[in-house]
Design a protein around this ligand. Structure first.
Ligand code: RAM
Length: 332
């Protein structure tokens, strides 16, 4: 920066300070509270949030989350965000109910609250953004399992994230309620890897030991699907036990190459973080109400129509296989 620019910037700051000393905050501060740090899915969503912030201008993204995916960790973080008087909190929740009291306190203080990815019960937020239709995600997981079996017939187990995760629990319910449409599929067990790589790996090993005739592990979590693929490869069971579910091309390209999976699905996590940020911003700015039936501008993702219970869905999941995984691996 040259000296004239520095002076100009300094003057602008000084003027802003004199003109509005009590209006305090610079711009809009939006906290993106994720299930846990160190998860590539949320890191991609963060990139989308940054993109939205740059497009909006004068928006600061506070990317935060606990080290392990627990509701307690998120409650602590949200308590501190309320003390910092952020403008909006956009959370992917580790539990639909446990966060409600603290988020109600945030809303009472005038903070905009939305959930995205993994929802909070309606009384604890203004809007919830699902990545896609839950029914469709459930059906897609079953279809992927069937696609990895001969004639769509065989045994499968579900390796989920935490047992309280709103999104995975809804998708599991959807899988169970649509099982009748896939008569060849036999669900033998549901286990929880807590979105921790080591626990997910051990749970996948446990499934292979406990069910010698297991054909497919369906992991509706990017952490679980990657860990299970590694467990299958390490156990030398490639070609006998397949892994599928929801994964990131960047993390799963190796599993496609090794043959641990033939295909898996996901929506664009960058778009999801971008959309959540746009929604939080427009609610905080008073440009939208979030009322069922109303619309919210999501920038390059278009207009969102808010549905029943303040819920809406972003886009359809996309299937990745050997034909396209490497092309997308550099994106998310
Ligand atoms: C994991 C998280 C996230 C989920 C994806 C598919 O990264 O559990 O909430 O949406 O998987």
């Amino acid at each position: 920066m040259n000296i004239f620019k520095t002076l100009a910037a300094g003057t602008a700051l000084a003027v802003a300070f004199i003109a509005a000393p009590a209006a305090a905050q610079d711009g809009t501060r939006i906290a993106l509270v994720v299930k846990s740090l160190g998860n590539g899915f949320f890191e991609a969503a963060h990139r989308g949030a940054q993109e939205a912030a740059e497009e909006l201008g004068d928006v600061e993204i506070i990317y935060t989350g606990p080290t392990a995916p627990t509701a307690e960790g998120q409650i602590e973080i949200i308590t501190s965000l309320i003390a910092q008087n952020v403008d909006a909190i956009a959370v992917s929740a580790n539990d639909p109910d446990a966060l409600v009291p603290i988020l109600q306190r945030a809303m009472d203080r005038g903070i905009t609250v939305i959930s995205w990815d993994s929802g909070v019960a309606p009384e604890g937020r203004q809007v919830h953004l699902n990545p896609s239709s839950n029914e469709l995600i459930g059906r897609m997981c079953l279809q992927l399992a069937a696609d990895h079996m001969e004639n769509g017939e065989g045994n499968f187990a579900i390796l989920s994230a935490t047992s309280t995760a709103t999104n995975q629990n809804i998708w599991i319910e959807e899988m169970q309620s649509q099982l009748a449409d896939f008569p060849g599929l036999n669900l033998v067990d549901i286990v929880y890897g807590d979105d921790l790589a080591d626990k997910s790996y051990r749970e996948a090993q446990g499934l292979m030991t406990n069910y010698p005739d297991l054909d497919v592990i369906v992991a509706p979590t990017t952490v679980g699907i990657l860990a299970a693929s590694q467990a299958v490869a390490d156990a030398d069971r490639i070609g006998e036990v397949y892994v599928t579910g929801l994964g990131l091309p960047s993390e799963m390209a190796g599993a496609i190459d090794s043959g641990a999976t033939k295909s898996f699905a996901i929506w664009n996590p960058i778009d999801l973080g971008y959309s959540a940020t746009m929604i939080a911003y427009n609610l905080a700015a008073g440009n939208a109400t979030g009322e069922p039936g109303s619309e919210i501008d999501m920038g390059r993702m278009g207009m969102l129509t808010v549905g029943e219970n303040g819920e809406a869905a972003m886009a359809e999941p996309f299937v990745y296989d050997a034909s396209n995984v490497h092309e997308f691996a550099s994106i998310f």
